[in-house]
Design a protein around this ligand. Structure first.
Ligand code: ADP
Ligand code: MG
Length: 339
């Protein structure tokens, strides 16, 4: 047996990056969530080769002060929480302080950022976790991340990337959910220079549904707004007439975060049962607003699966909210949209 030793920081970061960064969409998720946490009202996302060779995210948020730029790339560095108590009432999408160090460990990353009160911005280049340069630069307020050559230094992981088309699909899927969870943010997504998604940021969820799913869906929605047991549900249900062949059109957000929840899915589907044919699934975009004590978002780094403290009560509340909304009589008719 070789002697026991402690790994060097770059190796630690490369291994840890595997937890957070699986594919280009993981990078886009972390960077766009950071942009939203920074108070941006507009976020532009550009990718090439499915994001494998090139990702650029431009936001108009608060920016990072020059003397904090290097720290932002250290592991466990965050401006969002201070103690474990903060986890129970977390308002931001991020809080682990792992994304930037992870991204920098497995890519060539360039950051240009400027705060509103600074005269000049900062350009920072970091490759494979090693700092290359830090300098002043002219820049608009906000932050731009340029991420090149994912896994250029981890061939074993590069092998597991799928085709650019598949990877771009994952990015598109993710951005669709981010747009639906943040109607107040204007998103623009370009894949190889082609615009794939654009939202206005006017705060209207229905308009985002139109942008994402088109007008046939947008014309056949019923608004839901229901509050009980400390759970407030808002959003839109598809009329039973526009049911789908699979679950991909069930979109659930808890406190602004896209989640997958078998329990919520079951509850919504059970509520639709009297209204749709077997093996059909509803269209739904539901936002759940509940206090942080009722839900644990600290389950997994990608934060998609979450735990509720009172499962049965959540199931019942969702069922009742959806079932009652569907009982409204004007839902029977499909609204046809003329071409
Ligand atoms: P976390 O989001 O969990 O705090 P990250 O590694 O994603 O950790 O980011 C580290 C810190 O860098 C953030 O807490 C934030 O202060 C800063 N930061 C990252 N991206 C941006 C951005 N787009 N605009 C402003 N600040 C940012
Ligand atoms: Mg983050």
């Amino acid at each position: 047996m070789p002697h026991i030793h402690i790994l060097d920081q770059i190796t630690i970061d490369k291994i840890a990056a595997g937890e957070v960064i699986e594919r280009p969409a993981s990078i886009v998720k972390e960077l766009v969530e950071n942009a939203i946490d920074a108070g941006s009202t507009s976020v532009k996302i550009e990718i090439k080769d499915g994001g494998i060779s090139f990702i650029r995210i431009t936001d108009n948020g608060c920016g990072i002060p020059q003397d904090e730029v290097q720290r932002a790339f250290l592991r466990h560095s965050t401006s969002k929480i201070e103690t474990v108590e903060d986890l129970s009432h977390i308002a931001s999408l991020g809080f682990r302080g792992e994304a930037l160090s992870s991204i920098a460990a497995v890519t060539r990353t360039e950051l240009i950022t400027k705060t509103a009160d600074a005269e000049l911005g900062t350009r920072y280049v970091i490759e494979g976790g090693k700092e290359v340069s830090l300098e002043d630069t002219g820049a608009p307020n906000g932050t731009t991340f340029l991420v090149h050559q994912l896994f250029y230094n981890v061939p074993a992981r590069r092998k597991f990337l799928k085709t650019p088309m598949t990877e771009a699909g994952h990015v598109q899927d993710l951005l669709m959910h981010l747009a639906l969870s943040h109607p107040e943010v204007a998103f623009q997504f370009l894949n190889n220079g082609q615009e794939k998604l654009r939202t206005s940021g006017n705060g209207k969820l229905k308009d985002v549904i139109y942008n994402v799913y088109g007008r046939d869906v947008a014309a056949n929605l019923i608004e839901i707004d229901y509050e009980k047991n400390g759970i407030h549900i808002t959003g839109f249900l598809g009329k039973p007439i526009i049911t789908r062949g699979n679950r991909n059109f069930e979109n659930f957000f808890v406190n602004g975060r896209y989640v997958k929840s078998a329990m919520i899915s079951k509850s919504v589907e059970d509520a639709y049962r009297d209204f749709v044919m077997q093996h059909k699934f509803p269209f739904a975009v539901l936002h759940f607003h509940l206090s942080g004590e009722n839900v644990d978002i600290n389950v997994h780094p990608t934060k998609m699966e979450l735990r509720f403290s009172r499962q049965q009560e959540v199931y019942n509340t969702v069922f009742e909210a959806v079932h009652r909304t569907l009982l409204e009589p004007e839902l029977i008719q499909k609204t046809e949209v003329p071409d």
